[in-house]
Design a protein around this ligand. Structure first.
Ligand SMILES: Nc1ncnc2c1ncn2[C@@H]1O[C@H](COP(=O)(O)OP(=O)(O)OP(=O)(O)O)[C@@H](O)[C@H]1O
Length: 312
């Protein structure tokens, strides 16, 4: 049997799910690597929850595969110990205390009472909270309890659907630390969310889907990298000079160059040295939010974007 510490990638291959005649998930393919936090983003109805449910063996794919490592969830030797999942934070018995809730699940997951107390502490539910019935929990406390349940077996794969729901800014910071710690231990972490600004702070990679298809799959660091938009009378010569100086230059069409790895001042100095007239020079910041809307707004292209393409 694989040890708790065996890393598992998540492999989604040609995954399709139709409800009636409608494709909620449409030939989706992406990989979630261990040792990173991957965000799974998309507008309402994009197919995020359906995809996560297929990964957890709760929904049967129409075709394609949703694999943990190379196995379907139900074919894993110890699925519940391998994959921790936070789906919706309302599957709790309202009359049961937080601690009792975890104790109910613990034996099947190979966790003892000490582990229950450990995860309660990890999610910031103190002794008073642990003794209270879930009926009196706030949404944020329920979310923390759901995360505690997912962490009980210390699983190498953690899948969370909208984990920031109900968390205040402090709670979001705490969640970020918790997910980071798991990724740093080589675990696989997949988190779905609508909260793009927060996701940009939390995740390393992002898979954006829209209408059941991947529209972006890449590093968040590449999304946030600033670029400079330049227009010059002799664009081709300026591009060559900038490239020679170590910048990454892309022809954005319509006479515009998009430059990376060089600031506006360096570009202006290069143009001055080469005696090229610059007619436009604008710094551009790229947020995940901006990318998200450019890819998912009505009329946005459906082809999977590369980092180069999305910078245009
Ligand atoms: N059991 C079901 N029967 C019929 N249609 C469904 C079912 N589950 C999901 N759908 C449809 O599939 C599409 C994708 O839904 P899904 O919940 O996966 O999207 P989502 O990205 O998680 O959205 P949200 O952010 O709103 O939760 C939607 O059009 C939804 O109505």
């Amino acid at each position: 049997m694989p040890s708790h510490h065996t890393p598992y990638a998540i492999n989604v291959r040609g995954l399709t799910k139709s409800f009636g005649g409608r494709r909620a998930v449409d030939a989706l393919s992406f990989t979630v690597r261990p040792g990173r936090i991957t965000g799974f983003l998309g507008p309402n109805g994009a197919g995020k929850t359906t995809t996560l449910r297929m990964l957890l063996g709760l929904v049967r794919p129409t075709s394609g595969a949703a694999l943990i490592g190379e196995h379907r969830y139900e074919d894993l030797p110890a699925p519940a110990r391998t994959v921790g999942a936070l789906l919706e934070a309302d599957g709790f018995h309202p009359g049961r205390t937080g601690r009792d809730h975890l104790r109910t699940y613990a034996p099947a997951l190979g966790a003892d009472d000490r582990r229950v107390d450990e995860v309660l502490a990890q999610v910031g539910l103190d002794e008073d909270a642990a003794r209270r019935t879930v009926r009196g929990y706030s949404l944020g406390m329920r979310q923390r309890l759901g995360i505690a349940a997912a962490l009980l077996p210390d699983p190498p794969v953690l899948i969370c659907d909208e984990p920031t729901n109900g968390l205040d800014p402090e709670g979001i910071r705490w969640l970020r630390g918790l997910l980071r710690e798991r990724a740093d231990r080589g675990h696989t972490v997949l988190v779905s969310s609508h909260l793009l600004a927060e996701m940009q702070q939390i995740v390393d990679s992002v898979v954006i889907i829209d209408k059941g298809r991947v529209v972006y799959d890449g590093d968040v660091a590449a999304v946030g990298e600033p670029t400079v938009r330049v227009r010059a009378l002799d664009g081709a010569r300026l591009a060559a000079a900038l490239t020679a100086a170590g910048a990454v230059v892309e022809d954005a069409g319509d006479g515009v160059l998009r430059v990376r790895a060089a600031g506006a001042e360096q570009i202006a100095r290069t143009a001055l040295r080469e005696q090229i007239v610059v007619t436009e020079l604008v710094g551009e910041e790229h947020s995940l939010e901006e990318l998200f809307f450019s890819l998912t707004e009505p009329g946005a292209g459906q082809a999977p974007a590369t980092i180069q393409e999305t910078a245009q």
